[in-house]
Design a binder for this molecule. Structure first.
Ligand code: SF4
Length: 502
């Protein structure tokens, strides 16, 4: 590991700016861990950093413009700040490679999605040689989880079980930029979960582009269900979630494992993408709406309290009004607790980008509005059914934007629903667990304004109080990016990242 020569004013400072999906947020935690291991320290908000890292996303239509705009703004800053370095990584770097330094020659380092671990070396080499370093690898050399990671949360963590994807959804950039699926061995995954629990983490989200194909690489099609059951054996692990499943590979043994393993949350984020079989075919998603609804029925039969959420893309090339009606139809039947809805936009480098029959923007927007209206109605109806129920809430940080004004605190129920609760008279800390009764419902959240019925102090709450977000070293075990998992909620709106399961 290279060392970072301190400046006259102390250690060199860094800042990481992240665009895009969970996977990128996850990678940024690794970047942060790597830089801190190499002696860099986080730059105070008020100062320009010595090293500015952009972890980019390639899938938004204007991703390039945004990056080059930001790089343009940084140029005079860099000129005024001798020794400052700029590094660009992530999917756009993997795609554009040397073009980045051709367009912005003041960039010092370009690194890809497969060689995050080289960043400190590349920064040092660029500084030493006074030239830009561009290093992009075509495949993973080190499973990213073996890199040091700085965790953001004391109570919840992500654990990667696989990276990459063997599917070829035509709207998705993952296969071309993140490569084929690589699975971690169950023993390694479980050792890491145990290590997190030992540090006070009570909720773990298992992360992969397609968790249901986990195990194909080492020849065990039932590996994911077994992994869930094995998580159930870990003392102190209170909540297990996972993202994302794939309807094509979803099997009954996973439903049974979810239903029969007490610490696995009854929450399922199952990407639908479209309810039209024609569009699913064009998306190269090999399940059909009937299979999708069949899975939902089985999940509800095994876990009547399951909160099921989804991703839907509106306006995929060739989507007709009839296709869109088919999506609305599935949404009505599936009764999702929430949906992440995306307006299709061209994602350069994906097969769909060059398909004929791109749907006009105003048509896409109109369908999007109609879909959101329907989904909100359903989400609200389902949330109203929660009123009067007692829920267990894991208290979180930063999920209640109005908490300061309302005097409430916020957290997630076991099924992933966001709950804002009144904690008056109790010393509740993020990471603690409270029990309360739902008094009001909105489409995207629940409110609990009665007195708490219980408050449990936790090790994660202690760690939060002491300001200790654990940092896990990238040694033999391999620690993946850890952070506050994004829990699928009843939120809608926004522009998709990969628009898919990732
Ligand atoms: S959308 Fe999901 S399943 Fe499809 S290729 Fe992308 S990562 Fe794989």
């Amino acid at each position: 590991m290279p060392t970072n020569a301190p400046t006259q004013n102390g250690p060199r400072t860094y800042r990481v700016t992240t665009y895009g999906c969970q996977m990128n947020v996850h990678d940024s935690e690794r970047i942060t861990g790597l830089l801190e291991d190499a002696g860099y320290v986080s730059a105070p908000e008020s100062d320009e950093p010595d090293v500015m890292v952009f972890n980019t996303c390639a899938v938004r239509e204007n991703a390039d413009n945004r990056l080059y705009g930001n790089l343009g703004h940084l140029r005079p800053v860099k000129d005024a700040h001798p020794g400052m370095q700029i590094a660009v990584g992530g999917c756009l770097a993997q795609k554009d490679r040397g073009d980045i330094v051709a367009k912005a020659p003041w960039v010092d380092v370009v690194f890809g999605t497969h060689n995050i671990g080289s960043l400190p070396t590349l920064l040092e080499r660029a500084r030493h040689n006074a030239t830009a370093e561009v290093e992009i690898l075509e495949s993973l050399e080190v499973f990213p989880s073996t890199l040091p990671t700085k965790r953001e949360s004391t109570y919840a963590g992500w654990v990667s079980i696989s990276v990459g994807c063997n599917n070829t959804c035509t709207f998705c950039i993952v296969p071309s930029l993140r490569g084929k699926e690589k699975d971690r061995r169950p023993g390694e995954v479980l050792a890491e979960v145990q290590a997190l629990v030992d540090q006070g983490v009570s909720e773990v989200t298992l992360l992969g582009q397609n968790v249901n194909s986990y195990g194909v690489e080492f020849g065990d099609r039932l590996a994911f269900g077994k992994l869930l059951r094995a998580c159930g054996e870990i003392d102190g692990l209170e909540r297990v979630r996972f993202t994302s499943p794939h309807p094509k590979d979803f099997t009954d043994d996973v439903i049974a494992a979810m239903a029969e393993t007490p610490n696995v949350c009854h929450q399922l984020h199952m990407p639908l993408q479209s309810g039209s079989d024609q569009v699913l075919k064009a998306m190269r998603r090999s399940y059909r709406s009937e299979r999708f609804l069949g899975i939902i029925d089985k999940v509800r039969a095994a876990m009547p309290d399951a909160a099921i959420t989804t991703d839907i893309i509106v306006g995929f090339p060739g989507e007709t009004e009839e296709d869109f009606q088919a999506t609305l139809d599935v949404v009505r039947k599936a009764r999702f607790a929430g949906a992440f809805t995306f307006q299709y936009s061209i994602r350069p480098g994906t097969p769909a980008a060059t398909m004929a029959d791109q749907v006009p923007k105003d048509v896409v927007s109109d369908r999007y509005r109609r879909l959101i209206a329907l989904q909100e109605e359903i989400s609200w109806e389902l949330n109203r059914e929660q009123v009067g129920r007692e829920v267990e809430v894991l208290v979180s940080v930063g999920e209640g934007r109005k908490d300061a004004a309302t005097g409430r605190m916020s957290g997630r129920a076991r099924d992933g629903r966001l709950v804002h609760f009144d904690a008056s008279g109790w010393e509740v800390r993020p990471g603690d667990v409270v029990t309360t009764v739902i008094t009001q419902a909105a489409p995207h959240h629940l409110i609990a304004d009665d007195m708490l019925t219980d408050h449990r102090l936790t090790a994660a709450g202690d760690a939060w109080e002491q300001g200790n977000a654990p940092k896990l070293p990238g040694v033999s075990l391999g620690m993946p990016a850890i952070g506050l998992p994004v829990v699928a909620s009843a939120e809608t709106g926004g522009d998709g990242c990969c628009g898919g399961s990732c």
